[in-house]
Design a protein around this ligand. Structure first.
Ligand code: T4K
Length: 369
């Protein structure tokens, strides 16, 4: 039987992609903000409902260069229940991450604890819309306003989502999206920043293109983080199908919820009011004492049948060996508790309903007592 992995890249038909890249082949123009780059940028503005968007090589560079573009110094309040990228972007900018615990229902920043972590060295808040769950935007913005802090959302998981009818990329000073192969919308590798202040956009543009303003004009020291034409072309194709893909994901999530909802000892992702979801991930939190089997046992039972669930996000970033014990994980007990018990189940548009049923069956067979 074929292996079922946690994600599977969405792809357009082969001929659709070939048609899209034909003019690149003819023109020999492969990168450096070419026609596909410009077209995708324009289409994304519309789709995401934002004023400004800058395309980049990946979601990580979106985060890293946004922090750099803001010229920040000091401490950035963030959460450890995330992919390595979020914390690394802070550290690689010479900034200090300060870890806030998460809310046990949404897995996003617990805003009750946020204000207590602010010091005179705090310069920004970097909350993560984990699994596509939207952070407590109102509270974050109220606190940021009160203390004059920048807000950069890690929106890697929230492509196409809206909150109270507004594109999720319209909140905060900036939102950083990932278009990695595993995401709801992909450009193979890719990412974008949506932002409020056009000066931030100019700075980001300089950072993604060596600070070059003309053939003989280099005004600042920048890196290279330009999205190439083949990635942009993939984005243009995938964007045509993304609504259909999200609808397919919705149906899969519904099936998971029908089969696993209400089972004692399993906690499913809470549905959020006012959010148009993209169904990016399907996390389940296992309470071993009630369910009878641990997360590890369920993980192994699935793996034995060729099903590769993932422990996103375990370990917490504040426990990474890379940081040599610098951060005290006891400050984020809820994140620690969840990270030891959560499993994200396979979820992608073409996952067959029979496979979802089989995955649920294996999980339910782990139930004891
Ligand atoms: N912030 C957050 C909150 C993030 O989650 C991420 C990325 C970022 C920032 C940074 O964005 P990027 O710089 O990556 O754009 C994967 C992804 O590589 C990563 O993008 C993602 N988060 C993270 C949650 O998941 P891994 O190490 O688990 O990937 P990997 O290679 O094990 O792939 C997972 C599964 O996806 C595979 O089992 C099969 C499937 N897959 C994978 C690849 C590479 C495909 O179907 N096609 C593919 O090409 O990190």
């Amino acid at each position: 039987m074929e292996e079922i992995l946690v994600a599977r890249s969405s792809m357009p038909g082969f001929s659709e992609y070939m048609d899209e890249i034909e003019e690149l082949w003819d023109s020999h123009w492969l990168t450096n903000m070419g026609v596909k780059h410009r077209e995708l940028q324009k289409e994304l503005k519309e789709y995401l409902g934002v004023e400004n968007v800058e395309l980049l090589t990946n979601g990580h560079m979106a985060l890293e260069l946004t922090l750099q573009a803001m010229n920040l110094q000091g401490e950035v309040i963030t959460t450890p229940f995330t992919f390595a990228s979020t914390t690394h972007a802070i550290v690689r900018n010479g900034l200090e991450p300060v870890f806030c615990d998460i809310d046990s229902d949404t897995f996003t920043m617990d805003t009750e604890r946020l204000e207590g972590l602010i010091t005179d060295r705090t310069c920004a808040i970097l909350p993560v819309h984990v699994y596509g769950n939207i952070c407590n935007i109102e509270e974050i913005e109220r606190i940021a306003h009160k203390y004059e802090l920048k807000v950069i959302y890690d929106a890697a998981h929230t492509f196409g989502e809206t909150y109270k009818g507004k594109g999720v990329g319209t909140f905060g000073d900036a939102s950083c999206f990932s278009f990695h192969a595993t995401k709801v919308f992909n450009t193979i590798e890719g990412g974008a920043v949506t932002y409020r202040d056009v000066r931030l956009g100019e700075r980001l543009y300089d950072l993604k293109n060596f600070g070059i303003h003309g053939p003989e004009e280099v005004d600042s020291v920048g890196a290279n983080a330009k999205m190439n034409e083949y990635c942009a072309a993939m984005g243009l194709c995938n964007l045509r199908h993304v609504e259909e893909e999200i609808e397919k994901r919705r149906r899969i999530v519904e099936r998971y919820r029908t089969r696993l909802g209400g089972v004692e000892g399993l906690r499913l992702n809470a549905l959020q009011a006012d959010v148009k979801s993209n169904y990016a991930y399907f996390p389940v939190v296992f309470d071993e004492k009630v369910f009878g089997s641990s997360r590890a046992e369920v993980f192994d039972a699935l793996a034995e049948q060729g099903i590769c669930a993932r422990k996103y996000f375990y370990p917490l970033t504040n426990t990474f060996a890379a940081f040599h014990g610098k951060y005290d994980v006891s400050h984020t007990p809820v994140a620690l508790h969840i990270s030891k018990r959560v499993l994200t189940l396979p979820l992608y548009a073409d996952l067959a309903v029979e496979d979802v049923n089989r995955i649920c069956e294996i999980i339910l067979n782990c139930r004891k007592g």
